[in-house]
Design a protein around this ligand. Sequence first.
Ligand SMILES: Cc1ncc(COP(=O)(O)O)c(C=O)c1O
Length: 418
Amino acid sequence: MASTQALSHVYPLGTRINDAGHIEVGGCDLLDVAERFGTPAYVVAEDDLRARARAFVTAFEAAGHTDFRVIFASKTFPATAVMGVFAQEGLGCDVASAGEQHLALAAGFAPRDLVLHGNARDDQEFELALRAGVGLIVLDNFDDIARLARLASGPQPVLLRVTPDVRGETHDKISTGQADSKFGLGLDDVREAIRQLERIPLLDLRGIHFHIGSNIRELTPFRDAIAAVADLGDFPVYDLGGGLGVPYLACEAAPSIEDYVGEIVAAAHELLGPDKRLLIEPGRALVANGTVTIYRVVSMKQNVSTWVAVDGGMSDNLRPMLYGARYEADIADRPGGETRVRLTGKHCESGDVLIDDALLDEPRVGDLIVVPVTGAYGHAMANNYNGVPRPPVIFCRDGEARAVVRRESFDDLTARDL
Ligand SMILES: Cc1ncc(COP(=O)(O)O)c(C=O)c1O
């Protein structure tokens, strides 16, 4: 019998504690995964990614809106295997650079399914997008308009990114909808941009884009943003960006995918009209909860705090250092527990603390630590600080584990040296 002890709801869908009392993700015992692939490693429940992609699509259908596209914001987990899952599920792909465009095409997306973003794209990035035939280019500023007008030699569908002056409750560094944002054109400037585009026939203005920020766990700001752009004109397409937040801790909740889509569809019908093509660009809500990172405890010590040091840290998860992001952890074969520790990484920096107040079951050197909700911006922001090779990405499904990104080697660390 599997244990009835409940794991936090933030773990990937289908995660359970198996007969041996070990945490199992995608049907794979994490002790076996660690044995086979080493640590640290990102462990992805493939079915979780697919279920969330389908939930977005189903939610539009349930809300009675058929002209829509769900577009994966690939910045959150730019591994071709992850992007490929979403391509298979019929999603489009949001890319924020020529590099992400390269990854999306390698992952199997058709060029017309790509939406290109960015606030500082140079000639080369636009040329690559035009040559590939990217479906939509989102124009962020007046320089974008001038640059793309100069480079385009055939009709190119574009959207205008608007800063609607709406702020969702989230960390300052990932809030983008406020008037003083580095992204997009303010509501007055966008009217001038619309007039400019009317005089540039090759740039085919299809509609308006906004993205008010990320990890927003309330629905009102999305409605407010739709209201803010409603009187800019009557366009066939509205791209409402991403932003739906997720729970990182057992005590946290976020709106469901169904409630979020229901609210934005209702607001769009009411404020923009029922006949618009609606695009959304979820990232975090598609990938964050589907992944756990596994680490091995390497050393421990006691001073004012109890320190538990693992074999990764700020090279595989920068979010605690960038945003003060909070996580929880378990020991893979003793989930739960009451020992309060500071879970720290191996890097030469005091700020390299993954979790300030982790509760574990009497941790020991050699234990396997599991940190859930590391799918968004873990792999994406991984780095080689202190010469630490980046972790592999392991897909788990129906009890089968396979590496889809291998662990970096020491040779990789010198591979670019001339
Ligand atoms: C333009 C744009 N769209 C979509 C997203 C995805 O946002 P989220 O991961 O919060 O859904 C981002 C990320 O910040 C973004 O910049």
